[in-house]
Design a protein around this ligand. Structure first.
Ligand code: COA
Length: 255
């Protein structure tokens, strides 16, 4: 069986790559668990100085696996994303997002917790929460208005509009945009630079920068509670069924 997440280490840099290209790197419970374990070990292991998140193939990640959403709506409804969000939002070491192609849902919101984001020209950021009958997660309802302004955050989170790489750069959502074939070289170059700096100074600087931001933990918890409720809503059921059946959803019967 292929590993759905590839974790490699080289000279102080841990690379974590979503590897389920046939499903556009949609994140399953097992994938979240592997990423959480990798990030936790990166934070704990003094030989790792920085981690990169990326996707194998032509997609960064199409977000949470919709089949898993449906299973949660029908069953115990425990969030696999919750430990991931707790881990990524409290990392002490720097995280770099290297985004190729589509970054959907949590694929975009996780980037708000990356210290540097490099986008390939093919990158496209979309948070289709409302059209899935859901609400935003990862603290994005608080972080995005702060990062890009309320009007733009509304376009992204209420309308679910897509952001292309150049616009993301203009809005300050990403640090750099590069040609697709230069993506990993650029991300690794930044990672190597961070990895050679004094590690404690880097961690303390990240902590100071994050201190300037609101405490995101309570908002993540509030979003997840609502998200959990929404997952078993009739609106979400219609959206998920439409995705699986490859048809347009019809929300006209809902009040
Ligand atoms: N969950 C489960 N399966 C997914 C998926 C997801 N989030 N995203 C893609 N897939 C699957 C598709 O069902 C399809 O499977 P199949 O080959 O068995 O039919 C396969 O991946 C390829 O996707 P497809 O839609 O055919 O590719 P595309 O290039 O036309 O579109 C996307 C790519 C990413 C734009 C599109 O798949 C998409 O919108 N995915 C859903 C994203 C989403 O809503 N995520 C949840 C956010 S909260």
């Amino acid at each position: 069986m292929t590993d759905t997440v590839l974790v490699t280490r080289d000279a102080g840099v841990m690379e974590i790559a979503f590897n389920r290209p046939e499903k556009k790197n949609a994140l399953t419970r097992d994938m979240y668990a592997t990423v959480v374990a990798a990030l936790a070990s990166a934070d704990a292991d003094p030989s790792v100085r920085v981690a990169i998140l990326t996707g194998v193939g032509t997609t960064f990640t199409s977000g949470n696996d919709i089949g898993d959403f449906q299973a949660r709506a029908a069953g115990p409804n425990t969030s696999a994303a919750s430990p991931f969000l707790a881990q990524i939002s409290t990392m002490q070491k720097p995280l770099i997002g290297a985004v190729n192609g589509a970054a959907i849902g949590v694929g975009t919101t996780m980037l708000a917790h990356c210290d540097l984001v490099v986008a390939a020209r093919s990158a496209r950021f979309t948070m289709p929460f409302t059209s899935l009958g859901l609400v935003p997660e990862a603290g994005s309802s608080l972080l995005f208005p702060q990062m890009v302004g309320t009007q733009r955050a509304n376009a992204l989170l209420l309308l679910g509009e897509s952001l292309d790489a150049e616009t993301a750069l203009e809005w300050g959502f990403v640090y750099r945009v590069v040609d697709d074939d230069a993506l990993m070289e650029t991300a690794r170059g930044l990672a190597r630079r961070l990895a050679t700096l004094p590690p404690q100074a880097v961690r303390e600087t990240k902590k100071l920068i994050r201190h300037g931001q609101p405490d995101i933990g309570p908002r993540i918890a509030e979003e997840l509670a609502l998200f959990r409720e929404r997952l078993s809503s009739p609106e979400a059921a219609e959206a998920f069924a439409a995705f699986v059946q490859k048809r347009k959803p019809d929300f006209s019967r809902f009040g």
